[in-house]
Design a protein around this ligand. Structure first.
Ligand code: NAD
Length: 508
């Protein structure tokens, strides 16, 4: 015996579901490919669930619910603290997995895990938010109190671009509130979700409280109509978010569906242009632009356009693009070849529409395998709101500069856009910044901060086509989403207050 199992000899690892605390034993009807984006090679396969598999996961979650609901808050917190310790201790392992399947550079993957860690830490304190209210003597001898209870089985459906962080936005809060979960991560980078489930199990989470089902539209559509699923948290593109919201709510579920974005960074004439150019490059090209809070439009208020474009282009020239596992690399590949080709198609579309292609990402040198899904940072100037490079969420390393004459024109542009996820203003004028945060119709606003992702004890969410439903993700709103309240009115009759029938509404 050499200690090598058949699975070890097979370089194509298959990621499968975790249901009721166990790896799924069935044979998948369909599987998908998981790529190493930095080489372009197929690195593994993922089982794609059909309705039967989803039903099994929901059944496991439903079976686990009564006991988990009645598990003390002290015990639930203890599990979350233990999970937090595992996540903290092994963050590099998780980050390496994210880089291997998503392509983002390792330091950025560590950053993603750290943001997820903050959500776990918030969830450790959720018992504080589960307190109800109590009113003594609301009427004579009558007390009233409120209780906050879990919903039951909840679905969490996450996108490819944050395979660790987005599940961590939802799962810890959902289970801290006493719910049980069916998580359906992106089929493009599925492994991080299984690692999280393993660590939750090691932390003492009972079997069935967190189940992971891998798959695509077929799995999602079953979750959306399954009668046992009470609520769905979704993050992804706007067309799918709209579909999830409409289908889920039609089936009687609570739904929060976070969608796509087109985030504008407004640069006023008094801004520090070096700071603004640094911010535009970090927020435009970090994670190859595959962030829902990426800046994709720089709004240059006259007369800063020429100067700002020069400074951004200069910085782009110094960026290192390559395999995210290599030290010093600042931007990795795109997630798949198909996505890279779609993003690259905007370079020709933008030029054909009359935009000025200042930096063509196809020419950028790459420190990596020739087969990787590469596209270097790209900069367009003199983009207008009629061009597809402006109207579409490209979700890649393509930054567009729109020039406007005034602050008012900048606000008008941002507010006319159908998306409203994030925005930033760069200025040294506190009054202008204050006015902008008041007037702009966007859910998350940065002042000299290009990616204003709220900390874990606030909540994350956009406006307009960037969020369907009213509840933002994580933080206090995220907790409210996973609870329903009950109000109890109590009277303990005493001999001194003999009861007698009355048909009137009680007065005092
Ligand atoms: P996506 O919409 O393609 O997929 C999201 C999830 O939905 C995945 O789990 C996928 O399997 C599933 N899915 C895909 N097509 C479906 C369909 N037709 N019906 C049902 N389910 C379907 O998104 P993506 O490409 O994985 O992620 C990128 C998108 O997510 C971008 O638009 C980005 O802006 C958005 N995003 C938004 C936020 C936010 O907080 N608003 C955060 C991260 C990503």
């Amino acid at each position: 015996m050499d200690g090598v199992t058949p699975a070890d000899r097979n370089p194509l690892r298959t990621t499968t579901h975790r249901i009721g605390g166990r790896a799924y034993q069935g044979v998948a009807g369909r599987t998908g490919e998981v790529f190493d984006p930095a080489t372009g090679r197929v690195a593994g396969r993922v089982d794609l669930a059909d309705a039967t598999v989803v039903d099994a996961a929901v059944a496991a979650a439903a079976e686990a619910f009564p006991r988990w609901r009645d598990t003390s808050l002290a015990r639930r917190s203890a599990v979350l603290f233990a999970f937090r310790e595992a996540l903290f201790a092994r963050q590099d392992e998780l980050a390496a997995l994210v880089t291997a399947e998503h392509g983002k550079v390792l330091s950025d993957a560590v950053g993603e895990v750290r943001r997820g860690l903050e959500s776990v830490e918030f969830a450790c304190g959720v018992p504080y938010l589960l307190r109800g209210g109590f009113t003594e003597n609301a009427s004579t001898g009558v007390d009233v109190h409120s209780i906050r209870q879990p919903l039951g089985v909840v679905g969490v459906i996450s996108p490819f671009n944050f395979p660790a962080m987005v599940p961590l936005w939802f799962v810890p809060n959902a289970i801290a509130c006493g719910n049980t979960v069916v998580l359906k991560p992106s089929e493009k980078d599925p492994s991080a979700a299984n690692l999280l489930a393993d660590w939750f199990a090691e932390a003492g989470l009972p079997a069935g409280v967190l189940n992971v089902v891998h798959g695509d539209r077929e799995a999602v559509d079953r979750i959306l109509v399954h009668p046992t699923v009470k609520a769905v948290s979704f993050v992804g593109s706007t067309p799918v978010a709209r579909h999830v919201y409409e289908t889920g709510t039609r089936a009687g579920k609570r739904v929060q569906a976070l969608g796509g974005a087109k985030n504008h960074m407004v640069v006023l004439p008094d801004a520090d242009l070096d700071l603004a150019a640094d911010a535009a490059v970090s927020a435009g090209y970090g994670s190859a632009g595959e962030r829902c809070m990426a800046v994709s439009v720089v709004v240059a208020v006259d007369p800063v356009g020429d100067d700002l474009v020069t400074r951004i282009a200069d910085r782009i020239g110094r960026l290192t693009v390559g395999d995210g596992r290599r030290p010093g690399v600042e931007m990795g590949p795109l997630v798949t070849g198909a996505h890279r080709d779609r993003v690259a198609s905007y370079l020709d579309a933008g030029r054909a529409a009359g935009a000025e292609l200042v930096v063509d990402g196809r020419d950028h040198p790459v420190d990596g395998d020739g087969g990787g899904f590469w596209l270097g940072p790209t900069l367009f100037d003199r983009v207008t709101s009629a061009m597809s490079v402006y109207t579409d969420e490209i979700f890649g390393p393509v930054l567009s500069v729109v020039r406007v004459p005034t602050y008012a024109a900048a606000v008008e542009l941002v507010n006319s856009n159908p998306y409203g996820n994030g925005t930033a203003i760069f200025t040294t004028d506190g009054g202008a910044a204050r006015r902008y945060q008041n007037e702009v119709e966007v859910g998350m606003v940065g002042v000299n901060v290009p990616i204003p992702v709220p900390v874990a004890y606030y909540s994350f969410g956009g406006w307009k086509d960037s969020l369907f439903g009213h509840a933002h993700a994580y933080g206090p709103e995220g907790v409210d989403f996973y609870l329903r309240s009950k109000v109890v009115t109590t009277r303990w009759p005493t001999p001194s207050h003999p009861s007698a029938p009355t048909l009137n509404f009680p007065q005092n």
